[in-house]
Design a protein around this ligand. Structure first.
Ligand SMILES: [Mg+2]
Length: 332
């Protein structure tokens, strides 16, 4: 409430209206008069009031109706105190007034003493109320900031800092989820484990900066291979990568692996220290199971199978795809 409080006085009785306006003026406040409910609503639409003295018994709309309409149009952070004026002060009228949206209920004519006491109470209430509105607003702001920070954290927590593809944590999470889904839906699940061939030698020859660039490019190639919705390419750690292919049998997984290998080779990154080619290559192990009929009992076993196939791919000369549970390998 400002320096000079402004009150709307509503009464269909001219003498009562004049009396209460004079009372408000004599208290050093500003009064605006309305000779009925309709006029009161018009005044309320035009300007802001610090409080409203509202006669209850008026031709339609009566005081209750006016209060209801005011409350219905107020926005949630607005609140104009309404004090009903009435000749009737029985309990039933009082509760009806509060229900209609009134804040107090005074018998006519109101004395200066009573009104001054009400003003003081209203000021206190309004003070508490604006503090609450401010706090609620700050809480909303804080909540929003927290939400934003959380979203960002979630992204950071799921992404590998160097390459920008999914990290190990995201991979494990996704693998566990897809394992459960594959059991429920009786679908195959495939995992590719890939390793950059002679990466340590690459780093030794070209430096760690170039090594990082190389890993980024390979990540991009693997992300291209894992391009269906639901596929995931992730950095497993160091120069190791993984691709998870939900609802994909071995045959499909082998195609993806072959595609990934070709993509990496087509990057054409020179690698003079490599013992298999003069460009950077990867070795890939593929494993595929139907978890509900599987020989492995958890998704960690599937990763182990893919890992063993990867080991075999390296044993057989690298730059190739080897899959678990079958002997032939593919070389490019
Ligand atoms: Mg009246």
């Amino acid at each position: 409430m400002g320096e000079t409080m402004k009150a709307l006085i509503v009464d269909d009785s001219p003498s009562s209206l004049a009396y209460h306006c004079a009372l408000i003026d004599s208290m050093g406040l500003e009064s605006v008069s309305a000779a009925g409910g309709r006029e009161a609503l018009e005044r309320y639409q035009e300007q802001k009031f610090d409080f409203i003295l509202l006669d209850v018994e008026m031709p339609s709309p009566d005081g209750y109706e006016v209060a209801r309409r005011i409350r219905a149009t107020e926005s949630p952070d607005e609140w104009t105190p309404i004090i009903f004026l009435t000749g009737r002060t029985d309990e039933e009228s009082l509760s009806k007034g509060i229900e209609a949206g009134g804040d107090d209920y005074l018998a006519k004519p109101v004395s200066e003493l009573v009104l001054a006491a009400k003003m003081a109470a209203l000021r206190r209430l309004n003070h508490i109320r604006s503090a609450l509105v401010t706090t609620a607003g700050q809480l909303r702001d804080t909540n929003h900031l927290l939400w934003q920070a959380n979203e960002k954290l979630k992204t950071i927590a799921a992404v590998d800092g160097l390459t920008g593809i999914a990290n190990r944590r995201r991979l494990d999470e996704m693998l566990g989820r897809e394992w459960g889904r594959a059991i429920r839906e009786h679908t195959p699940l495939s995992v590719l484990m890939a390793d950059v061939d002679f990466f340590k030698l690459y780093n030794d020859s070209y430096g760690h900066q170039a090594g990082d660039d190389c890993l980024r490019k390979i990540s991009g190639a693997l992300a291209l291979a894992a391009r269906r919705p639901g596929d995931l390419a992730a950095r497993y750690g160091g120069e190791e990568f993984a691709i998870v292919l939900p609802n994909t049998p071995l045959e499909g997984a082998r195609h993806v692996a072959q595609f990934a290998l070709e993509k990496v080779l087509s990057l054409g990154i020179p690698h003079k220290a490599s013992k298999v080619r003069d460009q950077v290559s990867i070795s890939i192990g593929v494993a595929s199971v139907c978890p509900d009929t599987a020989k492995c009992s958890c998704c960690a076993d599937l990763v182990k199978m893919a890992d063993r196939a990867l080991y075999e791919a390296k044993e057989r000369g690298r730059a190739r795809v080897v899959w678990a549970e079958s002997t032939p390998s593919e070389t490019v």
